[in-house]
Ligand binder design. Structure first.
Ligand SMILES: NC(=O)c1ccc[n+]([C@@H]2O[C@H](COP(=O)([O-])OP(=O)(O)OC[C@H]3O[C@@H](n4cnc5c(N)ncnc54)[C@H](O)[C@@H]3O)[C@@H](O)[C@H]2O)c1
Length: 272
């Protein structure tokens, strides 16, 4: 690696927490940071998902000694505090937090909205997906006088509502808003807050909406998305690597805060 690239992107000695690190996008982002030399703590709700992610990441990167997993519900403030303690006990103090918990739970006409499910989606994407881990980790950084980088996961619907997914629309608009608001509030502490807005990637949480589970073909919604994506396809999780590394690295993006980078095959600039 050239000296310039090493100076900008080498994360050796840095520790990253990937909340939702056993999901499709979280695992890809974890792989990127491991590849750049960071220690990675995968935070996820179920032990099975953690074991799956650790096995996959170890096979891909061979970095088992810089990788560990902690079982935590990221919507539970006390549990997140404990996971942070376990993480700081295992690796150098974390300076990167990726908030990759989130997802969608089906669609309906607005007047059929299931209010319980709506609340669940807000809890998943806003509280577990941003507020609780951000509150706990930022409080730790401020107390320790540490600088840090937070990367949230926004969405196409943060910019332009998707049809029928009302709770997800509201939650992801909120994630963009809070990315900007917390970036502003934490700037004085040297904590940067940015986001990546993936276009459409097949995750566990959206697969049922996009792929017919009986035939394996794309659903009408899946086809409509591809038609509206200038690149004419879904994204591959590895295509998030560049934006992840850029935002995670203080050397590469130390004066960048409050932005959301679309990685969307042009979805947001689709026109007729
Ligand atoms: N896949 C896409 O096309 C896409 C597009 C835009 C934004 N996003 C966002 O990116 C993020 C990751 O999406 P994905 O497709 O990888 O989803 P995913 O379902 O594959 O991964 C989410 C992970 O979070 C875990 N999780 C859920 N609730 C949790 C909790 N309370 N505590 C701990 N772990 C919890 C799940 O077990 C899962 O492993 C989400 O915020 C999603 O909204 C995804």
């Amino acid at each position: 690696m050239s000296t310039l690239l090493k100076n900008l992107f080498d994360l050796e000695g840095h520790t990253a927490i990937i909340a939702g690190g056993a999901g499709v996008i979280g695992t890809a982002m974890a792989g990127t940071l491991l590849g750049a030399g960071a220690n990675v703590a995968v935070w996820s709700r179920s032990r099975e998902s953690i074991d799956w992610a650790l096995e996959k990441l170890t096979a891909e990167t061979g970095a088992a000694n810089r990788l560990d997993g902690f079982q935590v519900d990221t919507g539970d403030e006390e549990a997140v505090g404990e996971a942070l303690q376990l993480t700081t006990g295992r690796f150098a103090a974390p300076c990167i937090l990726i908030n990759a918990v989130g997802g969608n739970l089906g669609k309906s006409p607005f007047i059929d909205t299931d209010i319980t499910q709506f609340e669940e989606i807000l809890r998943l994407n806003l509280l577990a997906g941003l507020v609780v881990p951000t509150k706990v980790v930022a409080a730790y950084w401020i107390e320790q006088g540490m600088r840090g980088s937070i990367i949230n996961l926004t969405s196409m619907t943060s910019y332009m509502p998707l049809s029928g997914v009302w709770g997800y629309d509201a939650a992801k608009a909120g994630v963009l808003n809070l990315t900007q608001a917390t970036a502003n509030a934490f700037a004085q502490h040297g904590i940067r807050v940015n986001a990546i807005a993936p276009g459409f990637f097949l995750g566990k949480q959206n697969r049922a909406l996009l792929v017919d589970e009986n035939t394996g073909d794309y659903t009408p919604r899946g086809k409509a998305i591809i038609e509206r994506t200038p690149f004419g396809r879904f994204g591959n999780p590895e295509e998030l690597a560049g934006a992840t590394l850029f935002l995670a690295s203080e050397k590469a993006s130390g004066f960048v805060t409050g932005v959301s980078i679309p990685v969307d095959g042009g979805y947001l600039i689709h026109n007729i």
